[in-house]
Ligand binder design. Structure first.
Ligand code: AMP
Ligand code: ZN
Length: 113
């Protein structure tokens, strides 16, 4: 997608603090961290939402979650972590390229805001 910030980061056209770069998935540090550790796991191919990705490329959706869970385990250790996929307007999604937030390093609250 021409005007998508995460497509541009995945293509290396916009800089980001890259944690992991593979053929199909990247992980970066969130620009505006909401926890001591806040990473984003992003598929290289453009899909607006987790529902779109799951319909179009179910194996990639599974991989996205697997990479996010491994990163959460690496960063949160025995204390734990949280994965978040904001979806659509009511879900609070602000970037229209699916991504998994990996939050760790503080006590999370429930219900989410
Ligand atoms: P969401 O609101 O769930 O769509 O999440 C979008 C996330 O992307 C927010 O946490 C932003 O801080 C983050 N973000 C936006 N632009 C960038 C960027 N250029 N590099 C890293 N993170 C970004
Ligand atoms: Zn995109």
């Amino acid at each position: 997608m021409d005007d998508c910030i995460f497509c541009k980061i995945a293509a290396g056209e916009v800089p980001a603090k890259t944690i992991l770069r593979e053929v199909d998935v990247i992980a970066i540090e969130d620009l505006n961290p909401q926890a001591p550790s806040h990473a984003l796991v992003i598929p290289v191919s453009h899909h607006a939402t987790i529902a779109d990705l799951t319909r179009a490329e179910p194996a990639l959706a599974a991989r996205l979650i697997a990479v996010a869970a491994q990163l959460g385990a690496d960063r949160g250790g025995a204390q734990g972590f949280r994965l978040v996929v904001n979806t659509g307007e009511l879900g609070g999604q602000t970037v229209g390229h699916v991504h998994v937030h990996v939050l760790a390093g503080r006590q999370m609250s429930w219900p989410p805001g």
